[in-house]
Design a protein around this ligand. Sequence first.
Ligand SMILES: *[C@@H]1O[C@H](CO)[C@@H](O)[C@H](O)[C@H]1NC(C)=O
Ligand SMILES: *[C@@H]1O[C@H](CO)[C@@H](O)[C@H](O)[C@H]1NC(C)=O
Ligand SMILES: *[C@@H]1O[C@H](CO)[C@@H](O)[C@H](O)[C@H]1NC(C)=O
Ligand SMILES: *[C@@H]1O[C@H](CO)[C@@H](O)[C@H](O)[C@H]1NC(C)=O
Length: 633
Amino acid sequence: MAAQNPMQAPGLTQATYPDAFPERNPLDRLRIYIADEISRILDVEKTLVFGGLDRAASLDSGDLLLAVPRLRIQGIKPGELAVKIASQFDLRLTSGQLKKPIADGIYVRFFIETKYGFNYLVPDILHESSQYGFNTSSGLLNRDEPTTGRKRMIVEFSSPNIAKRFHAGHVRSAIIGNFLSNLYEVSGYEVIRMNYLGDWGRQYGLLACGWKRYGDEDAFVKDPIGHLLEIYVKICADFEPEDKAYAAARDRGEDTAMLESQGVLGEAKANFKGMEDGDEEALKLWRKFRALSIENFKETYARLNISFTVYSGESGVLPETMEMAESVQAKLGLTEPFDGATCIDFKKHGAPKLSEAIVRNRNGTTSYLLRDIGAAIQREKEYSMDEMLYVVMNEQDVHLNRLFKSLELMGGEYTALSKKMKHITFGRVAGMSSRKGNVKFLDELITEVAEYMHNVMRKNNDKYEQIENPEQVAEHLGISAILVQDMSGKKIHDYDFDLERMTSFEGDTGPYLQYAHARLASIFRRIDITPAEMLNADFSSLENSTHAANLLRIMMRWPDMVAQTLKTLEANTILTYLFKLAHELSASYDHLRVVNPPEGRAVSAARAALYKAAQQVLRNGMGVLGLTPVDRM
Ligand SMILES: *[C@@H]1O[C@H](CO)[C@@H](O)[C@H](O)[C@H]1NC(C)=O
Ligand SMILES: *[C@@H]1O[C@H](CO)[C@@H](O)[C@H](O)[C@H]1NC(C)=O
Ligand SMILES: *[C@@H]1O[C@H](CO)[C@@H](O)[C@H](O)[C@H]1NC(C)=O
Ligand SMILES: *[C@@H]1O[C@H](CO)[C@@H](O)[C@H](O)[C@H]1NC(C)=O
């Protein structure tokens, strides 16, 4: 195809347009033609025109739209300039890809010549298939692709505590972090997916006490996290009277050192000290908790088709890294003593909103801030990443700003490191709990939504009997329901977890999106048009169909949507687009029959090619979001 494709004609002057991606983005190809031509007509800078060519909001108003004031031409009314552009625009130079532009007030509207779109774009999409819209040479998310020349991105996300279940914040972080990792991967980055576990601290000393009293090897192997939680609850109950006595003594102003060295607390402290001192016995137990927790997490992540490149954690931050950071801070006068602890008073360093934060506690232990500083410095050393995202709930906004600011204030290489770091913040989910109880275990939640979808599927017995693996399909549908609800708004917004709404087929839900895909799959099961027939179809029969044209014009936007999403970093940008495509598909079926149409096989082939391309775009979009498309439901 490529050689005769006018959309890839040698006339493209990409060198002039550093932001253009004409090999993969059809709208960029049009932008280049238009910018060249308008620059000729008005003698304005090409990149200025290029940057001013937006996607029109609705198909009725064009494919591309130029607001003439963006050309910043003085002395002539924008409306007059719009008329001048429209009347002097030489269509011959665009290889027949565009219709005559329309001047409309201060705007000039551009519409694609759909005939060319069908002939070149549809076969192109079929040809590029799982790469369409993406900047990758070997398909969606192929992690074996060579990494040379690619930017390296660390995405830190999910990051639960070991020996505990996920809370809703870890779940949302997993969903958003996985989407962002996919997005950067398909945009040509090498992505390191990092799970930074909460795996160090005195609570693991306490847990070890619990293990000695209540640990049961069989129960642990069967349900590691469940058993550890049980133990933890018991040991906390044992500890409670002591804790009260300790607090009371402290209130009375007594020395609590004696109390602290006794009982459960004394034992817990001794255990944790053993861990910190590298005592093999203490570490052995902790390693076991950690390893089995990770195995358990992996199973849950696998249900969501999420995997991590690396499980790191607080335990991996070396004391010497943190001491080194402290000495840099001390030398620069950033830190000061505060009630026996060391702190940074950000008010004195140009960041009054960050107030002050402890670096090292009074009792000599490290703060979260210091550990995160140490972790960032070690990552830089190990990975030399170009960028690093922290996908963490908005409760931690201040903490992350302190982290970035601390490094920035440390100067030199640390300032440079701070500039690579970015917080991806998000709002709260309310009510992410199972209907059976108030537990918030992700595993149970997925199972519950999947069961709900399974019941919905059973209602249509004819269809149900044809599904090979209904449990698997129900699981994919349930997960789609959860993910699509999560991604339906901007990520900063809070939302309510709503089982009824997310599982509905009415409205823009996960099941609706899956249905759009499965319906196409069902069409392809009922025809015998070969891939070669589709690639070489005669598209003239589609020329006068508004439905076909709309589908084409939406599909043409896909690479531009991916590029835009890399700017918004909102899954919602892609989701809204996919729903638009799904709605257009559903409106088109009555008009573009594929299965045995009266017009004959050639027409069927052209329509099949169009729908195959649409299905591919749906698949590519769902893949980036982390959804697994189903063929039957
Ligand atoms: C595509 O990825 C390559 C590296 O893999 C990068 O050099 C190039 O800038 C990327 N192109 C776009 C448009 O992002
Ligand atoms: C040390 O102090 C911090 C902050 O006050 C506290 O959270 C931590 O539990 C203490 N650690 C020990 C081992 O006492
Ligand atoms: C499309 O419409 C044009 C103009 O009305 C007509 O000449 C042409 O034959 C039509 N094409 C098809 C395939 O119906
Ligand atoms: C899981 O995700 C990978 C990319 O991370 C993708 O290639 C694969 O198709 C997905 N698997 C399923 C079953 O969706």
